[in-house]
Design a protein around this ligand. Structure first.
Ligand SMILES: Nc1ncnc2c1ncn2[C@@H]1O[C@H](COP(=O)(O)OP(=O)(O)OP(=O)(O)O)[C@@H](O)[C@H]1O
Ligand SMILES: [Mg+2]
Length: 362
């Protein structure tokens, strides 16, 4: 009995200690146009939660949020008349504060396992060209839900940290982030961004262009979801390397008869739809390279990584090399690196301070 009590005590104590440890919570959040990713530092790994950036709201009062994330995504296109499912972010920018707040609360709840009050610090990734108003909005939202310590970090810098790139190095690295609604090309050296090009164009635009091309070619209307499926399954970008022209069959609505019609989309059609994004990317890369100091060129040559969902499209590595002569690496973890990098900073915010960066140089 005695022993049992002792061991019970021990067990309780352990629980208390563990609880205390798990109470010290810092979260990294990538508030994306399509996906919101939460990373919680857990030893030298992370717990990751992925939430579709969708909320369901009342049509009459869009600030009235009824469902968030997975639950809201299921409602997309299927809601009764008085409810709509929407995305709080468009092209990487917060469109509705109340909806973004609901999404952020949901993310913090998930990351903290419903123990929001235990969260001491969050680090939120924001696009490179975020305005002061947008940055403040993220901070205000976070404070409103009771988190005093909020840091916003450029998504590109967070991605570099999440990729494990030597950001403190003086010789430079480059991150290309191709997201759903916005894209960044950023050069990083001495722990900070030395140059960045951001354009509000990304994977969503490929889907939209594909819908248009299918309509032009077949006189058939397809949904954005179908277009995204084609892009993911058979997508590629134009490049000199011979890539297999894959095909996928999908059902759309014939504009003439209003009847369902099966059509075939191939890789070449997706490449056509992706070409405007490629042009913008090549322009951004060319501008960055034009301004790049010779001290940083070898670091950029050796250490450029592409992150974000669109990094997965076939032929991208080849196309970038052909156009600008940089042999980029495609991230192994393209959707989560921003959140992971943000979580690393959340656990150790001093990593971003100039003195620490200088020390790392020595
Ligand atoms: N295998 C794939 N091939 C091509 N595109 C893909 C693939 N997988 C995902 N995508 C696209 O990547 C985009 C989502 O990427 P990501 O999650 O990085 O965006 P986000 O962070 O939500 O957006 P943003 O950074 O613009 O706010 C979508 O357009 C999606 O369709
Ligand atoms: Mg992103």
């Amino acid at each position: 009995m005695f022993f049992k009590k002792e061991s019970e005590k021990k067990e309780n104590k352990e629980k208390v200690t563990r609880k205390k440890v798990s109470n010290v919570k810092s979260l990294g959040i990538d508030l994306g146009t399509l996906n919101t990713v939460v990373a919680v530092p857990a030893g030298d790994k992370f717990e990751i939660y992925e939430i579709p950036s969708v909320v369901a709201v009342k049509k009459e009062d869009p600030s009235h949020v009824l469902a968030v994330g997975e639950e809201a995504k299921l409602m997309l296109g299927r809601t009764p008349e008085d409810i709509i499912a929407v995305r709080p972010l468009r092209r990487g920018v917060i469109e509705s504060i109340s909806q973004a707040k609901a999404l952020l609360i949901h993310a913090v709840k998930k990351g903290s396992k419903n123990d929001v009050s235990s969260v001491e610090r969050i680090v939120v990734g924001v696009p490179g060209d975020v305005s002061e108003v947008e940055r403040k909005a993220v901070e205000e939202i976070s404070k409103e839900i009771g988190i005093k310590n909020v840091i916003t970090i450029s998504e590109a810098l967070a991605a570099a940290i999440g990729e494990g790139l030597p950001i403190a190095d003086a010789s430079g690295t480059m991150i290309i982030d191709l997201g759903a609604g916005s894209s960044d090309v950023a050069v990083i050296s001495l722990g900070g961004i030395t140059d960045i090009e951001t354009f509000r164009y990304g994977g969503d635009n490929i889907d939209e262009n594909l819908v248009r091309l299918v309509k032009e070619k077949y006189d058939v209307e397809i949904g954005l979801h179908e277009a995204e499926k084609c892009k993911i399954k058979v997508g590629m970008v134009k490049c000199n390397k011979e890539l297999e022209n894959k095909k996928i069959k999908i059902i759309g609505k014939c504009s003439k008869t209003n009847k369902p019609k099966e059509i075939t989309v191939d890789s070449k059609m997706v490449a056509e739809a992706a070409e405007p994004l490629m042009k913008k990317l090549i322009n951004a890369l060319s501008d960055i390279l034009e301004r790049l100091s010779p001290e940083l060129i070898s670091g950029v040559y050796k250490r450029s990584v592409v992150v974000g969902g669109v990094s997965q499209i076939r032929g991208l590595k080849e196309r970038i090399y052909e156009e600008v002569g940089i042999p980029v690496k495609i991230s192994n973890d393209p959707l989560k690196v921003v959140a992971k990098g943000a979580a690393i900073v959340a656990a150790e915010p001093r990593a971003l301070e100039p003195e620490i960066r200088l020390k790392a140089m020595k």
